[in-house]
Design a binder for this molecule. Structure first.
Ligand code: F0G
Length: 337
């Protein structure tokens, strides 16, 4: 499959002949979740965005942001990140032959994401501060220096990410009542709403935040956001108003879920559906289970990132391995016992 720029060029701000930096992103699976559907009492489809080249939905936006940066003659890109944007930016910078720098909150990003950013050769800067502080600083930095900012405050990111809405609609023949999605910096929900509006449909958008990082629910920034879902540990979303507009205008809502609810949904999806997502992605499922999705009959939930991004959290919350001596009887006991 070609990447999203080639696939959706007519609906994206790229002309034929423009440089395209792509890793073949998009065209991710949309799978029916029978056990979750039964539990939630509605037909639930899962959009597996962890199947993108770097393991998260960010690649859809990054192919556009980095292609535009190349078109504009940029030599370097930068972002603040809770991890996935950093991994994606680093990969697309490598692909484009640009320098990449990523600013992450020290000690607060999942191991897989850190490994990715480093392997792709980005300069990884660990800020003694949180994501919101990192974003404020990179905005100032890029105002002073000719470096392209590839956070979702960059409109090309939204353009790329709206293509996920097109794919969901294509797979379901346009029949979708609601979308459940985790919300952090609020770029992705903004992008889905733009995509749905451009496609002429208006499913209800339900955004879910972690209880310890739920500024949209409280209606005020959270100074010290905290949650096991490190990807959405954000206290002052950049696309705040647009996200609220998406939920209000579509007849949806914003609500929060506790870390315990997130972890329960995380394990349920992995063990019950065979789908391993990262904790932040499970927030959308936890929200559906805790709050429902209005009177919707057919729902899509966006699983934003792959479970392998965060092996540490998985191992902390999964069952234990079974030790075994190298003997048949011991194996029998271990396997059958
Ligand atoms: N899920 C995952 C796995 C994420 O990485 C993010 C955001 C979100 C959900 C929320 O999306 O910010 O558009 O509302 N991660 C950003 C990052 C902030 O730096 O990787 P959003």
């Amino acid at each position: 499959m070609p990447g999203i720029i080639e696939r959706y060029r007519q609906r994206l701000p790229f002309a034929h002949g423009d440089p395209v930096v792509s890793l073949g992103e998009g065209s991710t699976p949309l799978v029916l979740a029978p056990r979750l559907s039964e539990r939630a009492g509605v037909e639930v489809w899962l959009k597996l965005e962890g199947a993108n080249p770097t393991g998260s939905f960010k690649d859809r936006g990054m192919t556009c942001a980095v292609s535009a940066a190349v078109r504009e003659g940029a030599e370097a890109i930068v972002c603040a990140s809770t991890g996935n944007t950093a991994a994606s930016a680093a990969a697309y910078a490598a692909r484009a032959g640009l320098r990449g720098a990523v600013i992450v909150p020290e000690g607060k990003i999942a191991t897989g994401k850190l490994a990715q950013a480093l392997m792709h050769g980005a300069r990884v800067i660990a800020l003694r501060g949180n994501f919101d502080e990192a974003l404020a600083l990179v905005r100032e930095l890029t105002a002073r220096h000719p470096i392209a900012l590839v956070n979702s405050v960059n409109d090309f990111r939204i353009e790329g990410q709206k293509t996920a809405a097109f794919e969901v609609l294509e797979a379901l023949d346009g029949e979708l009542d609601a979308l459940c999605i985790p919300v952090g910096n609020a770029g992705n929900i903004t992008a889905y709403w733009k995509g749905f509006k451009e496609a002429g449909v208006r499913p209800r958008l339900f955004g879910f935040q972690a209880a310890g990082a739920a500024p949209l629910v409280h209606g005020a920034p959270v100074e010290h956001p905290e949650t096991v879902a490190s990807a959405i540990r954000i206290g002052n979303p950049a696309r705040w108003e647009e996200a609220m507009d998406a939920m209000t205008a579509s007849g949806g809502a914003v609500a929060s879920v506790t870390d315990a609810q997130i972890l329960e949904a995380y394990r349920f999806l992995a063990a019950g559906e065979g789908i391993f997502c990262e904790p932040a992605s499970a927030a959308g499922i936890a929200g559906l289970l805790a709050h429902g999705a209005g009177d919707a009959r057919r729902i899509a939930c966006v699983l934003t990132g792959h479970g392998l991004k965060d092996p540490q959290t998985a191992l902390e919350h999964a069952g234990a391995v079974v030790p075994c001596a190298p003997e048949l009887e011991a194996i029998e006991r271990a396997v059958l016992g």
